[in-house]
Design a binder for this molecule. Structure first.
Ligand code: GDP
Length: 195
């Protein structure tokens, strides 16, 4: 049994004041369509725990999943979807920004990036922003099945190089389709929870 396998939906939050008190939580974030929901479902070994988006960028709330042992997985809304109305975007920035900066129980951030185009401008912004918290980030280069083995290694190496100045950042390849990379994510998150 792994840490994600017992995940159960816990609650949805739209406003910071409604955040539930928790002891420890790991949050998942990424550009809309990067494969975040698929990654959560794959890790939890479930087909529909997190909602795989049909309309990208529409989900603006924060979903909590109970992992047992007073630990939680937090599914943050995806960013970077162009057609989001300004008011929604403003709400998102306020909700996410405040959550990431102030959440005491957040042990680390899992960032999902499509391995075919990692480190987009908003990813850098997110990394810069979160860096100030001093907490660790683990990047999943998702949909790695779309790349050849050679391309996978090249991408991994170039992202590592680009982030060499970020000591609290680690990076791995991940594929929900092929179900590869899950063990490494679990090891990382387990370490964060146990720290
Ligand atoms: P989210 O918006 O970040 O939650 O992304 P989703 O999980 O909804 O995935 C976006 C799209 O990418 C969907 O069409 C998924 O089927 C597809 N996708 C997600 N993960 C993978 C993967 O590992 N491999 C491939 N080939 N496609 C994937």
């Amino acid at each position: 049994m792994t840490i994600f396998q017992n995940a159960r939906f816990y609650t949805t939050v739209n406003h910071l004041k409604d955040l539930p008190p928790t002891r420890a939580e790991v949050a998942f974030v990424g550009r809309s369509n990067a494969g975040k929901s698929s990654a959560i479902n794959t890790l939890a070994n479930r087909t529909r725990l997190a909602f795989v988006s049909k309309t990208p960028g529409r989900t603006q709330h924060i979903n909590f999943f109970d992992l047992g042992e007073e630990r939680y997985l937090v599914d943050l809304p995806g960013y970077g979807y162009a057609e989001v109305p300004e008011a929604v975007r403003t709400h998102w920035v306020a909700l996410l920004g405040r959550y990431l900066q102030t959440r005491q129980s957040l042990v680390g951030l899992i960032m999902i990036m499509d391995s075919r185009h990692p480190l987009k401008e908003l990813d850098w912004k997110m990394l810069e922003f979160f860096r100030e918290t001093g907490r660790p980030v683990h990047i999943l280069l998702s949909k790695s099945d779309k790349l050849s083995r050679m391309e996978q290694q090249k991408t991994l190496a170039s992202v590592k190089k680009a982030l060499a100045d970020y000591p609290a950042v680690s990076i791995q390849l991940f594929s929900s389709l092929k179900k590869t990379g899950g063990e490494t994510v679990e090891e990382v998150v387990e370490r964060w929870f146990d720290a």
